[in-house]
Design a protein around this ligand. Structure first.
Ligand code: GTP
Ligand code: MG
Length: 264
C-alpha cells in the first residue's frame, strides 16, 4: 500500500552556523577554542533536547493512531545529502543550497507497511566531525540506520567503514542498517560504481540503494526498505503490537540475498 505523508509537521532545528562558530578570534588559544566549541555543542544539544521534548508533548496530543513507532537515523559524511534525502522523503522538496546540519534534526512520517500503521521518527545527524559527540549519543535509540555516501565523492564511500565501526561502538547490537549511494543523478561526476556499492552492502549483509534526492530516485524505496526490515525484526521479536498481521515477509537484513537497485 502507498505510504501516506503525516499531517504532523516538525519545525526544523537546523540553522546556518553563526560567524562566531566559524571564525574564532586570532587571540584564542587552542584550549579556549576547544572549550568554546564544547560549550556551543552542549548548548545546541540542550536546545535540541528541549525542542524534541516539546514536540513529543505536541505529538501526544495528536490523534493520529499507529501500530508501531520506528526510530531511524541517518549518518554519513557532511555533504553527502542526508538532509536532502529526508526533505525529499518527508516534504517532497529539494534545495540545491547547502546548509550544513548543526547537531541533529528530525522529522516524522506516517506510513503503512504490510498493513501496519507505522510512525517513522527519522533523525538526521550532522556529518561534520565537530558534532560527533552529540550525534553518536543518538545512535543508542536508533532501530534502523541509513548509511549514506555520495557517489561522486570516493572519500565519503571510504568513510562508510568508519561509520560502521561507530555503529558497532555506539548503537544497539540488533540495529538494522541500509547502504545508500546518493546523487546518482550526477552521472558525469560519478566515481563510485554501482558494483562497488553492491559489494560493500553484501559484505555487511545489508540492503543497498542508489538514490537521488534531487531527482527523487529510490528515496522512498530506501526509507521503506529499512523501515520494513526494522518492523519485521520487531514483529519477529514479538514487539509488533496487536495489529501485527500474519504473512509478513521476514526479510531481515543479513538474511537472503541483498536487494540492490542501481539507478544510473
Ligand atoms: N545533484 C545532487 N545534489 C544533491 C543531492 N542531494 C543533495 N545534494 C546537494 O548536496 C549538498 C549537501 O546536501 P545536504 O543534504 O545538506 O548534505 P548533508 O549530508 O545533510 O550534510 P551535513 O548536514 O553537513 O552532514 C547540497 O548542496 C545539496 O543540494 C542529489 O541527490 N543530487
Ligand atoms: Mg544535513
Amino acid at each position: 500500500m502507498a505510504p501516506r505523508i503525516a499531517s504532523i509537521s516538525i519545525a526544523p532545528l537546523s540553522f546556518p552556523p553563526t560567524p562566531q562558530l566559524a571564525l574564532p578570534s586570532p587571540e584564542d588559544t587552542e584550549a579556549q577554542h576547544q572549550h568554546q566549541q564544547q560549550q556551543q555543542q552542549q548548548h545546541q544539544h540542550q536546545v535540541n533536547i528541549e525542542a524534541k521534548q516539546k514536540q513529543r508533548g505536541k505529538m501526544s496530543q495528536q490523534s493520529a493512531p499507529y501500530d508501531m513507532q520506528i526510530k531511524l537515523l541517518m549518518i554519513g559524511d557532511s555533504g553527502v545529502g542526508k538532509t536532502c534525502l529526508l526533505l525529499r522523503y518527508a516534504n517532497d522538496s529539494f534545495s540545491p543550497t547547502f546548509i550544513t546540519t548543526i547537531g541533529i534534526d528530525f522529522k516524522i512520517k506516517n506510513v503503512d507497511i504490510d498493513g501496519k500503521r507505522i510512525k517513522l521518527q527519522i533523525w538526521d545527524t550532522a556529518g561534520q566531525e565537530r558534532f560527533r559527540t552529540i550525534t553518536t549519543s543518538y545512535f543508542r535509540g536508533a532501530q534502523g540506520i541509513l548509511l549514506v555516501y555520495d557517489v561522486t565523492d570516493r572519500r565519503s564511500f571510504e568513510s562508510i567503514r568508519n561509520w560502521v565501526s561507530q555503529i558497532q561502538q555506539h548503537a544497539d547490537v540488533h540495529v538494522n542498517k541500509i547502504l545508500v549511494g546518493n546523487k546518482c543523478d550526477m552521472l558525469d561526476e560519478k566515481v563510485v560504481s554501482t558494483e562497488e556499492g553492491q559489494k560493500l552492502a553484501k559484505e555487511f549483509g545489508i540492503e543497498f540503494w542508489e538514490c537521488s534526492a534531487k531527482n527523487d530516485i529510490n528515496v522512498e524505496q530506501a526509507f521503506i526498505g529499512i523501515a520494513r526490515d526494522v518492523k519485521d525484526r520487531l514483529v519477529a521479536d514479538g514487539g509488533g503490537g496487536p495489529a501485527a498481521s500474519k504473512g509478513l515477509s521476514l526479510n531481515k537484513a543479513g538474511q537472503g540475498p541483498t536487494r540492490n537497485k542501481g539507478c544510473c
